[in-house]
Design a protein around this ligand. Structure first.
Ligand code: ZN
Length: 433
């Protein structure tokens, strides 16, 4: 592996630390692209027709691409991924208290492994919309200051835990503690979170109009193991794919034959139906406008779609040593053993024999091993943005991803080498179709 590849996981760890919310993933990716000369465009104005790299942000989603004067019907090579991860999100009026302790009310976002959020120091991030004269503006906020903990009930008070397991009620048992109610200031518990939000947004509390805030584990990502080749980190699903995708785009921006693109959507963990999710017209509209900016008509757009390939990149389940029986016995997935092709006969993944073959050939050319995942026939299969985007666009799609353990835990595990192998395979796929 080249020395720069060995650093990739360290750089991605820094990106994960900087990105506790989907809005921050977009900010991190946009800043990295801007540093490489990419230019932001928006929905309201005509797009530049000259060559170059461009990105469009929409809330927690970002689409970015580069073209060098390719013909309008040139195929796109697209990496789709998602910026969101399951977590706990503040209610609109988050302040609450019980038995003298100040707490915040939270909603559970996506398929959270609730137990993984207990007994951890939690920070706060997201966006706040504040008054701006007669107008309003959004402000990104992020603090790793340990503000909250959700303490687990003592085992002495939960005698059934060893027989029935830990049962957590989302409303009753997941409210984090942040201090004492009304003791050391006159404000009292209900006002404390709103005062904190105003402080983070650097405005007067009266100027906070609304917020989308979420909690995160404040512990930074950590490489571990005898040989330091495992990574424990939050949000590996699916920030690993997002930050690999951004690096593939910058590495392939000068590709002459096809148009490289990344589409990082929000709201995958809650079904992708939103204005910034994979079920929205976001990607289709960018593709159409990119073709027309290069002088193409609708026929050229349809030809470009037919010439394109979408790589839906999302975490894959590595075989868990403590639960090996939950995995398909003839399709074992290992960490640090290369990207994973994901198959499902019921179209929970969009991989076809043709798209799998194209990805496998790219891995061969890059000298990267490739693995194949299929779920046990007696277990329901997860899904991702692949089938949604494939159905929306009618585009050839392959579902792939890096292997990981503990998907949807507040702290997941992956190998330290898989991101660089995934990157190498995707660069090959983008540059030598
Ligand atoms: Zn995912």
């Amino acid at each position: 592996m080249a020395p720069s590849d060995a650093h990739m996981i360290n750089d991605i760890m820094a990106d994960i630390s900087a990105s506790p919310s989907p809005f921050h993933v977009v900010e991190t990716v946009a800043s990295a692209l801007a540093a490489e000369g990419f230019v932001g465009v928006n929905d309201h104005e005509p797009w530049p027709t000259e060559h170059g790299g461009f990105y469009l942000r929409r809330n927690g989603a970002i689409v970015a691409w580069a073209h060098q004067g390719q013909p309008a019907e040139a195929g796109f090579r697209i990496i789709g991924a998602h910026t969101d991860s399951p977590n706990l999100r503040l209610k609109p009026q988050p302040g609450t208290s019980k038995v003298g302790l100040a707490q915040v009310g939270v909603e559970v976002y996506g398929g959270v492994l609730l137990n993984s959020w207990l007994d951890r120091e939690l920070g706060l991030s997201g966006r706040v919309v504040v008054r701006d004269g007669d107008d309003q503006k959004g402000v990104l906020v992020h603090t790793d200051d340990p503000l909250f903990v959700i303490p687990q009930l003592a085992i002495h008070l939960d005698r059934e835990i060893s027989t029935t397991g830990l049962l957590l009620n989302k409303q009753q048992h997941m409210a984090p503690i942040g201090g004492f109610a009304g003791s050391d200031d006159a404000k009292g518990a209900p006002e404390q979170p709103l005062a904190l939000i105003a402080e983070l947004a650097d405005v007067d509390p009266a100027d906070v109009l609304s917020h989308e805030l979420m909690l995160h584990d404040v512990r930074p990502p950590q490489i571990y193991g005898y040989r330091k080749n495992l990574l424990a980190a939050p949000r590996i699903d699916n920030q690993l794919s997002c930050f690999v995708a951004q690096r593939v785009l910058t590495a392939t921006a000068e590709t002459p034959d096809s148009v490289p693109m990344i589409a990082l959507f929000d709201h995958e963990e809650v079904g992708s139906t939103s204005a910034s999710g994979a079920g929205s017209p976001l990607l289709a509209s960018v593709l159409e406008r990119s073709v027309s900016a290069r002088g193409g008509d609708h026929g050229a757009f349809r030809r470009a779609i037919a010439n394109s390939l979408l790589v839906s990149a999302d975490g894959a389940h590595a075989t868990h040593p403590n639960y090996a029986d939950r995995h398909e016995p003839d399709h074992q997935i290992a960490l640090n053993a290369g990207p994973v092709l994901k198959y499902n006969a019921n179209e929970r993944y969009a991989t076809t024999a043709e798209t799998a073959a194209a990805f496998r050939r790219a891995c061969d050319r890059a000298g990267v091993p490739v693995q194949e995942f299929v779920t046990r026939t007696d277990l329901a299969c997860g899904s991702t943005i692949g089938p949604i985007s494939a159905a929306e666009l009618g585009m050839a799609t392959v579902d792939v991803g890096c292997p990981q353990l503990a998907m949807h835990s507040a702290r997941e595990t992956c190998g330290t080498d898989d991101a660089a192998m995934f990157h190498a395979a995707l660069v090959e796929l983008f540059t030598n179709p």
